[in-house]
Design a protein around this ligand. Structure first.
Ligand code: 5GP
Length: 208
């Protein structure tokens, strides 16, 4: 029996290690497809178009929204970010599990449209550790770090709307746990309603 792919949405505090987590999941297991987002922000040093993001203009982005090409989108610190719909739908239909690494407003839009999407929130083990990681990157000014810590307070208020909480203390453990949660989801009764209906029909035929 072929089970439908899971749409797994991963959000978390800036500094939680989401990027590293997602990269490691992709390297470790081959059942996943990673959606590449579109954004209107400028590429950072080392970022490639079509690899890290599709970098497009505001006009193009707004046209995509108008054409219904975005599965979800949100504005984050003055720029648009969004998930192209077609890729995600194609991968899910082919039975692949799709990972979206997006912030919470987008995550809730996805859940509304696809109620069986799985929402995962990643956090470091403590606020101190979050601060240490942000500071340790060495790429952010004190102002930016303060802004991200503030945004973390806002995000802490919406964590309870997610399905699962992952504590990223040891990376390998977190990778394994994330994979297990996504895979276990496939066995839920809700996700297999169609199969149950089919068995019912077959039972009626066999018993007639
Ligand atoms: P950054 O500019 O640091 O790459 O990303 C900023 C924020 O945008 C992160 O929280 C990231 O998860 C989020 N983000 C990236 N892509 C998307 C997307 O397609 N949709 C939404 N809603 N958020 C995204």
């Amino acid at each position: 029996m072929k089970r439908r792919g899971v749409l797994a949405v991963i959000s978390g505090f800036s500094g939680a290690g989401k990027g590293t987590l997602v990269k490691k999941i992709m390297e470790t297991y081959d059942s996943y497809a990673l959606s590449i987002s579109m954004t209107t922000r400028n590429p950072r040093a080392g970022e490639e178009d079509g690899v890290h993001y599709f970098f497009i203009s505001r006009e193009q982005f707004e046209q995509n929204i108008a054409d219904g090409k975005m599965l979800e989108h949100a504005e984050y610190v003055g720029n648009y970010y969004g998930t192209p719909r077609e890729y995600v739908e194609r991968q899910l239909q082919a039975g692949r599990d799709v990972i979206l690494e997006i912030e919470y407003m987008g995550a809730f839009q996805v859940k509304k449209m696809m109620p069986d999407a799985l929402l995962l929130f990643v956090t470091p083990p403590s606020a101190d550790e979050l601060y240490r990681r942000l500071k340790g990157r060495g790429t952010e000014t004190d102002d930016v770090i303060a802004g991200r810590m503030k945004r973390a307070i806002e995000e802490a208020d919406i964590v309870n709307k997610y399905d699962y909480l992952l504590v990223n203390d040891d990376l390998d453990t977190c990778v394994r746990e994330t994979h297990e949660i996504i895979q276990n989801t496939k066995y839920s009764v809700e996700r297999n309603a169609e199969f149950i209906e089919e068995i019912k029909r077959e039972l009626e035929v066999v018993n007639s």
